[in-house]
Design a protein around this ligand. Structure first.
Ligand code: SF4
Length: 142
């Protein structure tokens, strides 16, 4: 994989909360590799380019249809809510460290229920927990 990865807007929060769940074994293995790169030492420097089409996480997804998605209505709605929350536009480039800082500044705890409406993974609570842990780490440092 190149040094820069592509993320559709809602995948910034998905990458934060990822704990090995996915739509298929190949999807999960690919996402695990991307997330491992972000969580490794130096991962905050990984550059991410925002796209509103299928991204590096979507690449092996069984629901992907070319650059689109068979669940495009729900996925587009997710992307629009996350893009508004994070202040992201198509083609923006930011590092994972900048993305994490933006999540802390702009995504308060307890907001994923609204931002992530329709996502099958939300009920597991993993993403809410990851968001709370990120806020807690930052407030300890302050
Ligand atoms: S609840 Fe779903 S859309 Fe929201 S961050 Fe988690 S995996 Fe992503």
């Amino acid at each position: 994989m190149s040094a820069r990865v592509t993320f559709r807007p809602h995948h910034f929060l998905c990458a934060l909360g990822f704990q090995g769940k996915g739509y298929s074994d190949t999807f999960t293995a690919n996402m695990a590799g991307i997330v491992a790169q972000l969580r490794a030492p130096g991962g905050n420097a990984v550059e991410i380019e925002v796209t509103f089409q299928a991204d590096h996480i979507c690449a092996p997804c069984p629901h992907r249809q070319g650059a689109g998605c068979e669940k495009s209505a729900a996925i587009t709605a997710l992307d629009l809510r996350h893009a508004a929350a994070l202040g992201l536009r198509d083609g923006d480039r930011l590092t994972w460290g900048e993305a994490r800082a933006r999540i802390v500044d702009r995504v308060p705890e307890g907001t994923l229920e609204r931002l992530c409406t329709g996502c099958q993974w939300h009920a597991l609570g993993l993403c809410d927990r990851a968001l709370s842990e990120l806020h807690a780490r930052v407030s300890k440092r302050a």
